[in-house]
Ligand binder design. Structure first.
Ligand code: ZN
Length: 151
């Protein structure tokens, strides 16, 4: 299973760590990270794995993948893999923002800003399938997270 912090294979799940990704040591996320030894061939690359409970990673690799354009990228929050909550479109919008009265595009704009999505997106883009917004919910803080891809 691919995550924002690298692949999780069965052997990674058993050790409770993602395979790892290069990160900027000045801008590390608030997660339990394990720094990899520096590779003398690539002294500017600082690789990190996220450490979490082996049972959380074992559950993650047994979870069905969700459909994307570019491939799944499971997200983490509060030291655990978040739960995939669904793909954002006009049918699912109310599931993420139970808000009555505002025009759907205004609700979408509010959610996009809450999720930190930089580019403007429209319901037509989402429903037409040219943009995919994949929403996750943290199991601990209940916060929403997302990643975006394009066809
Ligand atoms: Zn959280």
């Amino acid at each position: 299973m691919n995550t924002e912090y690298g692949m999780v294979r069965p052997e990674d799940a058993r050790t409770g760590m993602t395979h790892g990704v290069p990160l900027d040591p000045e801008k590390l996320p608030d997660l339990p990270l394990v720094a990899h030894p520096l590779d003398p061939a690539f002294p500017d690359e600082h690789w990190y794995s996220v450490k979490c409970a082996p049972q959380d990673l074992e559950e993650l690799i047994r979870t069905p993948k969700y459909h994307t354009w570019q491939g799944e990228q499971w997200l983490f929050c509060c030291g655990r893999p978040a739960v995939f909550a669904g793909t954002l479109n006009s049918l699912s919008l109310a599931k993420f923002v139970p808000q009555i009265g505002a025009p759907p595009q205004d609700i979408l704009d509010g959610l996009a800003s809450q999720l930190g999505i930089q580019l403007p997106i429209s319901l037509q883009d989402l429903d037409g399938g040219s943009v995919g917004v994949y929403v996750f919910r943290c199991q601990e803080c209940q916060g929403l997270l997302s990643h975006v891809d394009y066809d």
